[in-house]
Design a protein around this ligand. Sequence first.
Ligand SMILES: N[C@@H](CCC(=O)N[C@@H](CS)C(=O)NCC(=O)O)C(=O)O
Length: 214
Amino acid sequence: MTTLYGYFRSSAAYRVRIALNLKGLAYEQVAVNLVKGEQRAEENLARNPQGLVPVLETDDGTRLTQSLAICEYLEERHPEPALLPADLAGRARVRSLAQLVACEIHPLNNLKVLKYLVHELKLDEAAKLAWYRHWIAEGFTALEARLAGEAATGAFCHGDSPSLADVCLVPQVFNAERFECDLSAYPTIRRIAERCRAMEAFAKAAPGAQPDAG
Ligand SMILES: N[C@@H](CCC(=O)N[C@@H](CS)C(=O)NCC(=O)O)C(=O)O
């Protein structure tokens, strides 16, 4: 059995849930409660010395970390339905959009960063929120310009089927909404996120639908 170690509100785990669902793969979930600090517990550090989720243990016992690497593993092992287009330029575009979210926006707003701002740098709640919203706005402004301006955008980030870019986009929009970021300047991002959320694979992966949601 494939096991996903994650947390309902972890956007990196959310990416992996979407990818597993899009590919129709069965998996069980083990919750690592990030609010309680379980990511730093010995058990989780043994799975991932970074003290992060997600970790995916596959049916043959392979243990994988880093959500983009996990999604690419799933793509290579289970090529259909494809999360990357067939053409080279298209594959690079999808990876570029995915990385804009996963490597540029998300790391700045991760829990450990927010905790450091509050506990070590003594920022108050308002300053923490300003930090969070600033990096969402900076990233989403660029992402919106690309999605609205590039001909390869379709019903989804790339063409008319969901790709790795949508797998990353939807959890980031969830995070932005959770922190009450103003998304009015990003109509293309909102349109694509809504289109994705209408699909069962995305809906089943949503934080509120997870067993550890509470
Ligand atoms: N680049 C990693 C990021 C993983 C990550 O940051 N996970 C977060 C949840 S979304 C986490 O475990 N945070 C725990 C913490 O910050 O203490 C990936 O894509 O898997």
